[in-house]
Design a protein. Sequence first.
Length: 171
Amino acid sequence: MFETFDSFQKAFYDLRMVGFSRYDLSVLGNDHALQEKFGSAYLSAKDMEDDPHVPRAAFVSEEGIGELEGVIIGGAFYIPSYIAMAATAAAGVTATATAAAVAIVGLPAAAIGVLLARRVHQHHKDYYADQIAKGGILLWVRVSDKKREKLAVDILKGHSGKDVHVHDWSI
């Protein structure tokens, strides 16, 4: 359990650097998955950390969110712009008119893309802020042997992981 996103992310990256697969690492599932499983009951991180049936999800890095934002903004600009360009080019319009059509269609679409990308980024931040408010960000690590177990525990504790312990169950 981590009290800050920064310490959590550093532990995640260090685990990846020493060879843990992203499939061996999981975080708490989203609110929808938790509500399906537990209803509207308030559960703290401490309540959920030892439950093997708690919904889990893959970690999405800040870089991954940045790439998604780029795709949203770029796609929002590119697709309408391409359609406008193709339509004006097919009509035999001049290059200046085609550029104007692309600007008229593409720039507002890109602005909408920026707003959508900001929403994605804020949702990502809120997800982890909510976990911190409920006691901390949970990170589960699947290990295959005692050597990897010790390595994972050392990394988690080295990045201020709280209540780091081992379970004999696996998911």
